[in-house]
Design a protein around this ligand. Structure first.
Ligand code: COA
Length: 173
């Protein structure tokens, strides 16, 4: 079976990422290209894609952040000095799910966060993905305030151990 490759996301990936986003999420969560591009600019060290023989199978957007989760659908506002990595979105195309692509994209962000010295990861879990995040060691913060655009979603957090920084630069080992 051809190998799944995890690599840094590039600007040229955005049209394919946008299309995958629109297939993976309900319409209320579809974000315009300029909103996605701003997250890639802010988080270029923390955004990755999964591909197999050149075909895009999954993506993750994450960026350094501080405070409440940013509003959806609009370009990212400037951040105060960051104290965590905010994992904005992770999606894998339907046909490739449950084959560890999502887990490997998550691991890539975890590693980039540790390498950036940010000992905290946060995200807003939507729908059935909550189970995936619980399996990854995230805990729910049910009292946290969320922008209404997040709908029926919950903030989750995972504290990282910076001693885990193996400075592993090859994401595919
Ligand atoms: C969530 C998502 C990214 C997971 O990707 P994936 O490639 O299927 O994840 P993995 O194969 O690495 O799954 C690892 C484990 O997470 C759990 N898991 C993953 N998806 C799950 C689901 N839908 N329901 C329950 N458990 C799930 C399983 O325990 C799985 O291990 P297993 O297959 O050995 O049981 C994918 O389902 C997806 O794209 N969903 C739609 C978009 C979305 O909701 N993204 C999250 C935004 S917060």
């Amino acid at each position: 079976m051809p190998e799944l490759l995890i690599r840094a996301m590039r600007l040229a990936d955005l049209p394919g990422v946008f299309a995958l986003q629109c297939r993976a999420h309900p319409a209320d969560y579809h974000e315009p290209l300029e909103a996605l591009a701003s997250r890639l600019r802010a988080g270029h060290a923390h955004c990755f894609v999964a591909e197999c023989v050149g075909e895009l199978l999954g993506y993750v957007f994450a960026h350094p952040w501080s405070g409440e989760p940013p509003p959806l659908h609009v370009p990212l506002p400037p951040s105060r000095p960051p104290d965590h990595v905010f994992l904005h979105d992770l999606a894998v195309c339907q046909a490739s799910r449950r084959r560890a692509a999502g887990g490997r994209l998550h691991d890539a962000v975890l590693e980039s966060a540790v390498n950036a010295g940010l000992a905290d990861m946060q995200l807003v879990a939507v729908g059935a993905a909550r189970v995936f995040w619980l399996r990854k060691g995230f805990v729910e913060l049910p009292q946290a305030r969320l922008h209404p655009a997040y709908g029926d979603a919950v903030l989750m957090r995972r504290e990282l151990d910076l001693r885990d920084s193996a400075a592993r630069t090859d994401l595919n080992q």
